[in-house]
Design a protein around this ligand. Sequence first.
Ligand code: NAD
Length: 499
Amino acid sequence: MAHEQILTAAGLSGETLHGGTLAVTTPIDGREIARVHQHTAAEMDAMIDAARDAFESWRTVPAPRRGELVRLIGEELRASKEQLGALVSLECGKIVQEGMGEVQEMIDICDFAVGVSRQLHGLTIASERPGHVMRETWHPLGVCGVISAFNFPVAVWSWNAALALVCGDPVIWKPSEKTPLTALATQGIVERALARFGDAPPALSQVAIGGAELGAALTASPHVALVSATGSTRMGRAVASAMAERLGRTILELGGNNAMIVTPSADLDLATRAIVFSAVGTAGQRCTSLRRLIVHDDVFDDLLPRLRSVYDGLPIGDPLTEGVLVGPLIDERAFVAMQNALERSRADGGEVFGGDRTLADEHPDAYYVRPAIVEMPEQTELVREETFAPLLYAMRYRELPDAIAMHNDVPQGLSSCIFSTDVRETEAFLSATGSDCGIANVNIGPSGAEIGGAFGGEKDTGGGRESGADAWRGYMRRQTNTVNYSRELPLAQGISFEI
Ligand code: NAD
């Protein structure tokens, strides 16, 4: 499908596409595909005010009725899955299969949130005082801000928004300045659901287009109760300190440096497939992409040639073309960062396979690369950094405790996995002294999570969690109630206070 057709099919045209100053390019060929309106800090303030008004009424709507809106959003997403999936592919460069997978994830979280809307349950607690009962209740929190990254341009919004909406909170979304079109198309889908729903307050769901400064305006406002921010650790630190200053609540989903340990008992065919999907999928631009391979000495020389041979035949090209598995990097900056890392790895004694630019003649303004594998003599400082590209460092180990120590010896703590058929090894990896990540898998790669499980990570990954059974609590405020239905006023802890 031609790029213009993709934009039109996703409901974008006229003023929305060409009425502004923020240039949007597609990483497929580097061409400009739109110029959209950028919001100012003053417009952000007005959005926050409107969202506060929306909160006043939305919090009084029964939660299962709020769930009905999210059910309708899910329905509209189902109807637009192909169109939005293709737009994701056009705007951020992931292959169309992954673009559609991302929209499926949005649908899945909507289904999940609809169920949750009937399960926003508290507790009843035994009181030590006669004629008293204690309860814990959950109430809507307030305006929620969502800041998202370019690489999951729409799913991240839905993980937050589907739950926030059923919890009674309006949402203001500040998408990546690199991917505003998918956000605007998603907003169109939400507006269709809102029209069918009927009586929702205006400004329940808003999109603010702009860069870091607009994200900063969102975090600065005392009227935004929660900011859920997804992106680099650098951004997370800025958001966290701004929010800490005003004691606001955050959910932080930041960078990863995900590893796989391959032990001597591993099924190497399975491991090879998992490595390739998780290291080169989305051109290595997932927060959960596989970046470090820690392989036992006994299988290293068997596994690495297998990988090199698969890497040799990887179809690289236009992500909208069926059969292509590796699309472009998001921009020149990402390409330069990858080349710098490759150069540094050579200086550290690394042996580089792949990593060079391809299709430059055909697309001089786009950045396609051959995914790289770098055999490293050890885990150097470079390996401990996240390079957001298809760059896989491979290292050897002899004893499992050393492999786990190497695994954990990075600042990030998002996702991890072990390939092994030895239960002693797999359970050690999942134990308290095993992986220190938020996600730890056995015999599957680190990427490709399902919304039923809590998603997020520790250390420099920020500690936040989205999705999963109790994620909704992050979007509500917790209240403890003690009710006295007796005619006495006994005090807790047996305190006597006679007047
Ligand atoms: P980025 O940090 O450059 O930008 C992310 C978002 O933050 C953008 O919307 C940007 O405008 C905004 N932003 C930047 N500085 C800000 C500030 N000071 N205040 C408020 N907002 C600010 O990240 P990116 O390049 O778009 O995405 C790649 C990064 O995101 C990688 O590090 C990747 O690992 C991470 N990521 C993490 C997850 C996760 O769930 N853990 C998911 C996707 C991406």
